[in-house]
Design a protein around this ligand. Structure first.
Ligand SMILES: [Zn+2]
Length: 105
């Protein structure tokens, strides 16, 4: 389970960090993640559901985007549990990509 501190920041458990790293680098299925880590697909599903709850993401896609916005989570650093919003000017790569996506719409 991920931890939450008094500021509402979150820190992933070691296994969660491994799963997020795979999700954000190769976007494999639960079955593929399970095979890579030598655990059951249902266990992967439970870890992903737990991470989604912890950061209020509704889908694994939102979890993937959160991971790309907060890659330090994969190093088990404390980070914000929220997604950057459209129009964010943090200068992060993904937020720059969003601006292009908005222009393309
Ligand atoms: Zn941003």
């Amino acid at each position: 389970m991920l931890q939450t501190d008094s500021n509402g920041y979150v820190k992933l458990a070691p296994r969660e960090a491994q799963i997020l790293r795979l999700l954000c680098s190769e976007a494999p299925s639960n079955k593929e993640i399970a095979a890579r880590l030598g655990i059951a697909p249902t266990t992967v599903r439970d870890y992903i559901a737990s991470m989604c709850d912890g950061i209020h993401a509704w889908t694994r896609g939102a979890l993937l985007i959160w991971g790309l916005q907060h890659p330090e989570a994969m190093l088990r650093e404390w980070c914000q549990p929220t997604l950057h919003k459209q129009g964010c000017e943090c200068g992060g790569l993904l937020c720059a990509v969003y601006q292009i996506i908005e222009k393309a719409a």
